[in-house]
Design a protein around this ligand. Structure first.
Ligand SMILES: [Zn+2]
Length: 175
């Protein structure tokens, strides 16, 4: 069975021009169609079966890509949150580090919904933040603090399932 090409939203079947994200198995591709994650844009007949040979995502993936762990599940840790967010503050987009040049740029992990309000320590409630932003936000939600999130807190394992055996994950699913 051939591999199926997966294109980002915006693929032009006339010219064949599009952003090729990765290839996946036919079996996985049917799962993506069923979940309405992608639509077939090219078909072929293989062994008397009509199968898609190219898919287009129904939603645009944008932003930087992070090297991931292939088929392995992605373990959750605070460090993994920093890695997912590429050591960039979710509120001010500055680079953070464990050994910063100034204390304000120390890498911290922010609970979007604060712990004091029942916010869990989970992929979708945590973002990488500089110490300065984290202190400023304090025990408030981003809306209360007037500090909109510039990235989306997502579960890399979930992103991996959506994208199949992709080895890179989108840093931002949407802005
Ligand atoms: Zn910041």
């Amino acid at each position: 069975m051939p591999q199926v090409k997966v294109y980002n939203l915006g693929y032009d079947p006339e010219t064949g021009i599009g952003e090729l994200l990765h290839t996946t198995s036919v079996r996985h591709c049917f799962g993506m169609i069923r979940r309405e994650v992608a639509n077939p844009v090219e078909l072929a007949i293989v062994q008397d079966r009509i199968i898609p040979t190219a898919l287009e995502l129904t939603r645009e993936l944008s932003g930087a890509w992070v090297e991931g762990a292939g088929q392995r599940s992605i373990g959750f840790s605070y460090r993994a949150v920093h890695e997912r967010d590429r050591w960039t503050c979710a509120y001010c987009s500055r680079r953070v580090s464990k050994t910063p040049s100034c204390e304000g740029l120390l890498a911290t992990v922010d609970h979007i919904l604060p712990v004091s309000r029942g916010g869990p320590s989970s992929w979708t409630n945590l973002v990488c933040a500089c110490k300065e932003c984290n202190n400023r936000k304090a025990d408030r939600t981003p809306i209360e603090a007037g500090m909109p999130l510039l990235v989306r807190a997502y579960d890399p394992a979930l992103a991996q399932r959506l994208l199949g055996g992709v080895r890179r994950f989108p840093l931002l699913l949407s802005r």
